[in-house]
Design a protein around this ligand. Structure first.
Ligand code: DGJ
Length: 683
């Protein structure tokens, strides 16, 4: 057996190719040390009724090599057979990278398994490239990016995030002794229904070592966990196979999206920290951009955007300490409601009688940057764009396309459409002093089926990514927020190409806390845009204080979205206090290691930074009984502090040993329903 070891910060990933060279297999994946002895993943005992390939932990199973158990690649050639048997021919090793190359002499298919594990992180990136080196066309029927094998001797606890519009990122789990669990999106967009993220732990130790997989794809995808009888779970992920198959012309190649696997000995929370660190690495230098406090007028004015009323909001936003004023939907010609305007990206002179430049100058006089909302992938049927370019509208030939939110999709697989979207954005960003762009997408690709020979999902996502990347190179000063009817496009592909993501349109306090809890289980706080609004809860309608709402939004990228013309002086002063505190702690929130605290009705979040920690605590219980009975002065223990140091917490100084064992005051039963503590070491 040839073996290769990839080493991360605290975990290792070891693959091998047996002497017969018919596949690659996993030898070990887990905390350092797992690789220091014989592999515990290979089968022992009788193989009477199965092939060896069906029982070994294959890294990437091809139909034709194995039959009974799940496969990641199904490819057919001109002879009509769906079998292929690529054999190992070579390997290429780099700094933290590995390519394993396989060739099937019969179909001339060349399959390369790609790996990358950075020494400072705990994730392994995996993807495949598939090359047709022959002279006749091949068809890919199933084409996962990777499969990850996890030991689950006693069965698997599979954790995942489900949702719908207004209730994204709901945490759920299933336990399985044997069986298959699948989540996906069939909508041409990441989707609200499930997040492309799944984690697995052994049922006997659900809080113990946990493995997780995410897929970097913003189109249709699937992710499944297959719990077998041998005590292991196979996690497969990749783009959703097209119903008609993907055509691979002679001489051409296909590259899958990247699947990212992570393992943590510190359970689900540790796994989240590994993914957060990875997502920060994707942001690179852009992580250093100041995450300015945003005001967004959507909740206050909806489609009724007028310069004078926006400026009135802006004046109040300044009093609250806001730094960037974002005008949402409704600023362009014809956009009186959701039935019209999309596609015609000209500033509406009725909304901005002196022009947008003058409006931005007025904001500048107030000390505010300017941000703008766009939804470039969609078009309303009555727009000028739809009349001028009916051929740009995505549809199945001879069929009427379906309207969703009164709109249609442009066919972003077309180069002319991609070019027009780029030119539209470039024109706006070059003509006006815009420092923040909110890119929305409110229509999933529900209709327009597959057409033989066309990779619609692949070309749409490729063009979307190309435009987002070009925004970064040509307009590096523009901070980009990704949004899709709330959290409909949150994934690693977007995390690498935008600066922040909007997790949900639900901004009500208790609902939002649940949503953010789920979001942070897979995605980093630097990506979590969050606003303080006046909205009532749709799932949990109990009221909470303004402080509660601020602390919730301060635990991500703080924004304000309430109708400030209705806020009292007292509320604006309180807001200014929170914003001032946020500006002091925003880097710890964006970059710190995240730990969940509390128990029962107290929910807490601790962000541990290099020089400080920030703690948020929320009382989620029934406030009606607050202080009506004598109660204990409960406190919430902290984590990640040095027990030998002293720390300042508000007005008090305590040893780290006390804060770790006893902690900071629990808001439960106290005078407020939330708190924010900055914990700083003192000499
Ligand atoms: C959906 C988004 O999630 C909202 O924040 C808002 O921008 C609306 N679209 C505007 O139409």
């Amino acid at each position: 057996m040839r073996r290769w070891t990839l080493r991360g910060a605290t975990t290792s990933y070891v693959v091998g190719v047996p002497d017969h060279q018919q596949w690659a297999q996993l030898l070990a994946w887990g905390p350092h040390g797992v690789e220091d002895g014989p592999s515990n993943l290979s089968p022992t005992g009788r193989l009477d009724f199965l092939t060896e390939a069906d029982t070994e932990p294959l890294e990437y199973a091809v139909r034709g090599v194995r039959y009974a158990n799940p496969t990641e690649l199904v490819v057919s050639g001109p002879a009509g057979s769906d079998e292929s048997r690529p054999v190992f021919v070579d390997s290429v090793e780099g700094n933290g990278t590995l390519d394993l190359i396989f060739v099937d002499p019969l179909t001339s298919l060349r399959l390369i398994l790609h790996y990358r594990m950075l020494a400072q992180l705990d994730v392994v990136e995996r993807w495949v490239s598939i090359h047709n080196d022959g002279e006749t066309e091949l068809t890919l029927h199933h084409h996962d990016s990777a499969a990850f094998v996890v030991p689950t001797d006693n069965g698997a606890v599979i954790r995942y995030l489900w949702g719908e519009w207004n209730s994204e990122f709901q945490q759920a789990s299933v336990s399985m002794r044997r069986g298959r669990f699948t989540i996906d999106s069939r909508q041409g967009i990441t989707g609200h229904s499930y997040s492309p993220f799944l984690s697995v732990a052994d049922t006997r130790d659900p809080a113990g070592t946990t493995w997780g997989v995410q897929l970097a794809w913003s189109g249709s995808w699937q992710l499944s966990a297959d719990v077998d009888t041998m005590g292991q779970t196979r996690i497969q992920t990749g783009r959703l196979p097209s119903t008609l198959g993907l055509t691979l012309e002679a001489g051409s190649s296909w590259v899958s999206p990247v699947a990212v696997g992570a393992c943590s000995a510190e359970g689900s929370d540790g796994l989240a920290r590994s993914f957060h660190a990875y997502q920060r690495s994707l942001a690179g230098e852009r992580l250093e951009l100041t995450r300015k406090v945003v005001y967004n007028s959507w909740y206050a004015t909806k489609f009724d955007v007028r310069a004078d009323q926006q400026l009135e909001l802006a004046r109040r936003a300044v009093r609250a300490g806001v730094e960037t004023f974002v005008v949402d939907d409704g600023w362009f010609t014809g956009r009186t409601d959701s039935t019209s305007g999309l596609g015609d990206w000209e500033v509406d002179p009725a909304a901005f009688p002196n022009g947008l430049t003058a409006f931005i100058a007025d904001l500048g006089d107030l000390g505010l940057d300017f941000g703008l909302w766009v939804e470039p992938e969609s078009v309303n049927p009555g727009s000028e764009l739809a009349a001028k370019h009916p051929e740009w509208i995505l549809r199945t030939e001879d069929r009427e396309p379906l309207q969703v939110r009164n709109q249609l999709l442009l066919d972003l697989s077309r180069e002319d459409v991609a070019g027009w979207i780029w030119e539209t954005l470039d024109r706006l960003l070059s003509s006006y002093d815009i420092s923040y762009l909110k890119w929305d997408a409110n229509r999933a690709r529900l209709d327009a089926g597959e057409v033989r020979g066309r990779d619609l999902d692949g070309s749409v996502v490729a063009n979307l990514y190309r435009i987002l990347e070009r925004l970064r190179t040509d307009h590096p000063g523009v901070f980009v927020e990704g949004c899709a009817s709330g959290g409909g496009r949150v994934d690693l592909g977007m995390a690498a190409r935008v600066d922040t993501l909007w997790p949900s349109d639900n901004t009500a306090p208790l609902d939002r806390l649940r949503i953010q809890r789920g979001f942070l289980s897979g995605y980093s706080p630097h990506l979590m845009s969050s606003w303080v609004t006046d909205e009532a809860g749709t799932v949990d309608g109990r009221e909470r204080s303004l402080d509660f709402r601020f602390h919730l939004a301060m635990s991500g990228g703080l924004g304000i979205g309430g109708d400030l013309t209705n806020w009292s002086d007292e509320q604006l002063t309180a807001a200014a206090g929170h914003v001032a505190q946020y500006r002091e702690i925003r880097n710890v929130v964006a970059l710190g290691n995240v730990y969940w605290l509390g128990e029962g009705t107290t929910v807490g979040l601790q962000y541990v930074g290099a020089d400080r920690a920030v703690v948020f605590l929320w009382d989620t219980g029934d406030l009606a009984v607050r202080a009506s009975m004598p109660t204990r002065a409960r406190r919430v223990p902290l984590v990640g502090l040095d027990p030998t140091k002293n720390y300042r917490v508000g007005e008090e100084v305590h040893p780290g040993s006390y804060l770790i064992r006893v902690g900071v005051p629990d808001p439960r039963g106290g005078a407020t329903d939330s708190s924010c503590w900055v914990v700083t070491a003192v000499d």
